[in-house]
Design a protein around this ligand. Structure first.
Ligand SMILES: *Cc1c(COP(=O)(O)O)cnc(C)c1O
Length: 354
């Protein structure tokens, strides 16, 4: 990236497969844009174009779900699901490190929100056991956005079944990255739409574009289409973008060589960081946080890296708990092995100096 005239290597973004600047996607967008730009209306009025319908079909097929529903963004989709499904008599049980949009969705729904310590299955079960009546929805990130670790999905699916709760998994950082053909964390855990009634997949991370899709049970999707206000009362995505995203879905689904490249970088980074004694968190995904703890030190290290030509995220409270500030380093198939080595060399220099 070029920032204020200075070239920097981007180790902060979520473009895990490098698709945001992919030649096939750029070509598809240019071609599609010749037919027009805006959708012109919301989906239920007259804004639902053939390209939206095709994108929904592609995603449902790829992810092995009966039906899909396209939304403006992942943030809006999480508000949509929780607002539409939950009311004052219902309960949402959530991992403490879930994404902010899941917390905001529960607030908007006005439901009871019960959180459990990160990835603690026994504590999740205790919270589910407190549900007295109404609907119980168990919501978790599949890959946690600031830690890079995985939710214990197989165990949570068993709990959800035992307590008749609806399991909702946010695949934002897993889609395109984990599982067979990049189908995400649910697929990687050997689960499918019968175990996880509803999944959120964002299209702005590994898919390289913008937007989001809910995939799941057909009746549930139909109910959301009829009732979810963040779906109903907003303009549909530009159809040219939907057209482009159809190509992006193919590139991600057929992207095993990109994933191989990405996983080689993850391995190289972890081995190198361990050798340097850097405070790595345990993560097998492209999100590789270095836990520094102190806010000021985290900012100082990020600034020193920037001076050496590397952009990494300095993540501080309230995005992460107090005392757990970190560098959020992310890897992409678009990096080269040499770039990963260069980052390691810079980290060795700046971490020890700060
Ligand atoms: C990024 C993110 C979202 C929001 O998705 P957008 O499409 O960027 O609005 C939702 N959930 C998680 C876990 C995320 O990381």
């Amino acid at each position: 990236m070029r920032v204020d005239g200075v070239e920097l290597l981007d180790f902060a973004g979520n473009d895990y497969l490098g698709l945001s600047a992919d030649a096939a996607l750029r070509g598809a967008w240019s071609a599609a844009a010749t037919a027009g730009v805006g959708a012109g209306a919301s989906h239920l009025v007259s804004g639902h174009h053939a390209s939206h319908a095709r994108l929904e079909r592609y995603l449902a097929e790829w992810l092995g779900a009966p039906r899909a529903l396209l939304l403006g963004s992942g943030y809006a989709a999480n508000l949509a699901v929780l607002q539409a499904l939950l009311g004052a008599d219902d309960t949402c049980v959530q991992d403490r490190l879930n994404h902010a949009s899941l917390i905001d969705g529960a607030r908007l729904a006005g439901c009871r929100l019960l959180r459990y310590p990160h990835a603690d299955v026994a504590a999740a079960e205790r919270q589910l056991a407190r549900v007295a009546g109404g609907l119980a929805l168990l919501a978790t990130d599949g890959v946690f956005s600031m830690d890079g670790d995985l939710a214990p999905l197989a165990e949570l699916a068993t709990l959800a079944r035992r307590h008749a709760a609806l399991l909702y998994v946010d695949e934002a950082h897993a889609l395109g990255v984990l599982g067979p053909h990049g189908a995400g964390s649910v697929a990687a855990a050997g689960l499918d739409h019968r175990d996880v009634s509803l999944r959120l997949c964002t299209l702005g991370k590994a898919i390289g574009g913008y937007g989001a899709v809910l995939v799941g049970d057909g009746d549930l999707i139909e109910y959301l289409l009829q009732t979810a206000r963040p779906y109903i009362y907003t303009t549909a995505l530009p159809p040219a973008l939907a057209e482009t995203l159809c190509v992006a879905v193919e590139r991600a689904r057929d992207g095993d060589s990109l994933r191989a490249q990405l996983y080689a970088h993850i391995e190289r980074f972890r081995v190198g960081a361990e050798r340097l004694g850097l405070p790595l968190l345990s993560s097998c995904t492209p999100i590789q946080p270095l836990l520094l703890g102190d806010n000021a030190r985290t900012v100082a290290v990020a600034e020193a890296l920037r001076a050496r030509g590397f952009w990494v995220g300095a993540i501080r409270p309230p995005t992460v708990p107090v005392g757990r500030a970190r560098l959020r380093i992310t890897l992409s198939a678009a990096h080269t092995g040499d770039q990963v080595e260069a980052l390691l060399a810079a980290l060795a220099a700046v971490c020890h100096a700060h």
